[in-house]
Design a binder for this molecule. Structure first.
Ligand code: AKG
Length: 294
């Protein structure tokens, strides 16, 4: 068991506000090798691509589901992360997927307000018992487009964003949610993490600074919430991500001891992760499978 255990207060705050920021979850020494590797290879072996967002410039991500023995594959499996996730989901958890978001200097890509569960629902999930953890590789600030959240919005349930019905009330509900609940800019230092519920409204602005903003988002499902059959809807985003139905099923996570990063027990920063390329040929108005240049 990890020495980093969430307190009752932290769990209560997550349940109440739908998110939690934990400072210094990783030490700078644990994060520095990733920072250096990203500075040397900002395209992450050419794996970054653009996903549809709310600006002309696509949102720069890459994605992986299978976690290997490099830092990118170990961060989602760290004992401290798994223990925190399982305390919040109140169940064994498994890896849904992880992704880098890397916004280079002046990258204007915006990702508008959304709930992650809106795209995961149609993978055949019964419950919104899922969460994501953002691990800051570089500082995330208001100016470089840190994640913004609407605290408590996860309690609104899954909003109708028009994907599943014509009765689109998302915009009106979003407006009222912002007025009622406010917006929090989740500013992070390298090594800080933010944990958020899959129904929490969140988004991010572009990067107006001369510094890169880089973060790993790792998403988890509860074992008891593994996708059931006969409920999968049309999920173009899921299809675009190119993760098969089998890869969405429960698969035991091999935990990594908390001291593995500091002891350098990894093969590389990200060269041993098999990033999944986006599926080509889907409706272009929904996705822009644009390869990003270095
Ligand atoms: O870049 C961010 O902070 C938000 C990313 C996000 O919401 C997403 O990729 O779905």
């Amino acid at each position: 068991m990890s020495v980093y255990q969430l307190s009752k207060n932290q769990i209560a705050r997550f349940n109440d506000e739908g998110y939690l920021i934990i400072r210094n979850f990783y030490s700078l020494a644990e994060i520095e090798p990733l920072q250096k590797a990203l500075a040397d290879d900002p395209s992450i072996n050419g794996s970054l691509y653009g996903m549809n967002g709310d600006s002309e410039v696509p949102h720069p991500i890459n994605i992986w589901n299978k976690c290997g023995d490099d830092i990118a594959g170990m961060v989602p499996r760290m004992e401290r992360t798994i223990d925190a996730t399982e305390a919040l989901l109140d169940d064994e958890c498994y890896h849904w997927h992880s992704k880098f978001v890397v916004k280079r200097p002046k990258c204007p890509a915006i990702i508008g307000w959304h709930q992650d569960y809106a795209s995961w629902y149609d993978d055949g999930l019964l419950y919104p018992n899922m969460l994501s953890i953002g691990t800051a590789i570089t500082a995330a600030t208001k100016e470089n487009g840190c994640t913004q959240v609407i605290p408590g919005s996860h309690k609104m349930g899954l909003l109708d964003d028009g994907a599943r019905s014509k009765n689109k009330t998302f915009t009106a509900r979003l407006k009222h949610a912002k007025e009622k609940l406010g917006i929090v800019y989740c500013e992070l230092d390298p090594g800080d993490v933010m944990i958020f519920h899959c129904n929490l409204l969140h988004g991010a602005d572009g990067n107006t600074t001369d510094q890169t903003r880089a973060i790993i988002f790792s998403s988890y499902n509860a074992r008891g919430n593994a996708p059931i059959t006969g409920t999968q809807g049309i999920n173009k985003e899921g299809e675009f991500l190119n993760i098969s139905r089998e890869q969405r099923q429960y698969c035991k996570l091999e935990k990594v001891p908390d001291d593995a990063l500091i002891k350098g027990q990894y093969k590389s920063a990200f060269n041993h992760t098999k990033f999944i390329p986006p599926k080509a040929g889907l409706d272009d108005s929904f996705t822009r499978g644009v390869k990003l240049s270095t």
